[in-house]
Design a protein around this ligand. Structure first.
Ligand code: ATR
Length: 273
């Protein structure tokens, strides 16, 4: 009998996770059913419990429930605790719920696959929400020379930087305090969703800089278009999405799927609409 998994979110209809996990299941020969489940905005925990009662073994969690998922777990991984958010829930044999966060490792794996160096580099992260909190620890573990967090609400970036200062040279503030050039700029804001661009200085990029948007779409995001016009190499968040899913699949199935063919499949379906 196949094990049941799902992605819980609101909205969730356009989630690519079912396609990704079904591709991993086919590739690894693991019999796994994976669906997208809409959880009511005021009923996340009830939706998870109902899914478990109907035979569910685990779930990915997406907007806006990652913090609620963290709160309902019996235990969480260290990286989930640092992120303060859970994107992967697993139901143990004993009925206990384990929470993990694979977003950060997903970003790191994709940066490695794209051969983007981090050690000794000057890195800028845009945004100070949950998406950014989840990637700071793995980024800092790669020993960048400096990590700067810039956010529309500067105080949120300052507070976030203070939370991670034990892991490296981190500072945070509003966009107006940005100075100097960066080797890597990661957009972790949701501005791209609205087709908007944070107010960035013209002189943001070093000559060989990389611009990475944690969002993706069929066409390059406004941030990536802006960065490309200023000479940066651009990468969107499709690879991160597939890598975080692969790490969740590994947690559930103890098998690491090949991500490159699944990323290619996803890119093809995205472009073909
Ligand atoms: P998530 O959990 O997806 O990170 P969030 O916590 O709502 O979602 O955070 C969204 C981030 O995008 C925030 O950093 C937000 O800036 P504020 O903290 O000032 O709200 C940022 N953001 C959203 N829209 C933006 C825009 N149009 N320009 C710049 N930043 C934007």
């Amino acid at each position: 009998m196949s094990s049941r998994y799902c992605v819980l979110g609101n909205p969730v209809k356009h989630s690519k996770s079912p396609m990704i996990h079904q591709a991993f299941a086919a590739q690894t020969g693991k019999p796994l059913a994976y669906t997208a489940e809409l959880a009511p905005l005021d009923g996340f925990e009830a939706a998870w419990r109902a899914f478990c009662e109907s035979g569910g073994r685990g779930a990915n969690v997406t907007v806006p429930f990652k913090q609620q998922a963290f709160a309902l777990c019996d235990t969480q991984s260290l990286r989930a605790r640092r992120a303060g958010a859970v994107n992967t829930l697993s139901l143990g044999q004993n009925g206990r719920v384990f929470g993990d966060n694979t977003d950060g490792i997903g970003l790191l794996r994709d940066l490695k696959a794209c051969e983007v160096p981090l050690a000794g580099k000057r890195v800028l992260v845009l945004g100070a929400g949950g998406a950014v909190r989840g990637v700071l620890e793995p980024l800092l573990n790669e020993a960048p020379r400096e990590l700067v967090i810039a956010n529309r609400t500067g105080a949120r970036a300052e507070a976030l930087a203070a939370d991670f200062r034990d892991l490296g040279t981190v500072s945070g503030g509003g966009y107006e305090v940005l100075s100097g050039r960066f080797d890597l700029v990661i957009n972790g804001t949701s501005a791209s969703l609205a087709g908007e661009l944070p107010p960035l200085p013209e002189t943001l990029f070093e000559p060989d800089a990389v611009a990475y948007d944690m969002m993706y779409a069929a066409a390059p995001t406004v941030f990536l278009q802006w960065a490309q016009m200023r000479g940066a190499r651009t990468i969107d968040g499709l690879g991160m999405l597939v890598e975080q899913a692969a790490e969740a699949f590994f947690i559930w199935q103890n098998v690491r799927p090949e991500t490159a063919p699944v990323q290619a499949l996803l890119r093809k379906t995205l472009i073909e609409g």
